[in-house]
Design a protein around this ligand. Structure first.
Ligand SMILES: [Zn+2]
Length: 182
């Protein structure tokens, strides 16, 4: 029985295989799925992975002309505890991550230039010891979607420091730090 099954053609079509590969790389990660479910539960409606837009944003709100990227901290070189450069093949990884960051910056610039607003949610906001409550992330995302900011980011750790009332100030500081780091 097992050998008969094994001898059958691979049931995965080429398209399916490509989807699987891209999923392994960055799409539909668990933190992204968590966020999508929470946004949907909050009544927000969106499109996914729109390849017509620069950088293929993960979550797209066409009516609000806004997109959300959910960035894996390792792959996108975030300065946080989830992003540790491997001890082996260090140069390979650093080069790969540097190229990803360059691509991210170019995509964001192209989106902003085309009149889109860009929210980046870092993986560390959703996963790991610095993660933030999901409802807090959803309300921050909603605030961005309803507001007029062109660029915003949500990362882990911010709420852990007890600065809820200064949340906006902290977000601006983080945003500035992130810009300067580029
Ligand atoms: Zn991070």
């Amino acid at each position: 029985m097992a050998s008969r099954r094994a001898s059958r053609p691979d049931p995965h079509s080429e398209a399916q295989r490509r989807r699987n590969m891209s999923r392994i790389r960055s799409r539909d990660t668990k933190p992204e799925l968590q966020l999508r479910r929470a946004l949907h539960a909050a009544g927000l409606r969106y499109r996914l992975h729109d390849r017509r837009l620069p950088g293929t944003p993960d979550i797209v709100f066409p009516g609000r002309r806004a997109v959300i990227f959910v960035h894996g901290c390792f792959w996108h070189g975030h300065d946080c505890p989830l992003s540790i450069t491997p001890a082996t093949r260090t140069e390979f990884w650093e080069d790969k991550i540097r190229r990803n960051r360059t691509r991210d910056s170019a995509s964001e610039a192209a989106l902003l230039g085309a009149g889109w607003r860009v929210l980046t949610v870092w993986e560390c906001a959703l996963r790991g010891r610095e993660r933030r409550p999901l409802d807090e992330i959803v309300s921050a995302a909603r605030k961005f979607l309803d507001g007029g900011e062109l660029y915003e980011l949500i990362r882990g750790g911010a709420a852990a420091e007890g600065v809820d009332s200064d949340g906006d100030l902290q977000a601006r500081q983080l945003q500035r730090a992130e810009r300067e780091r580029r």
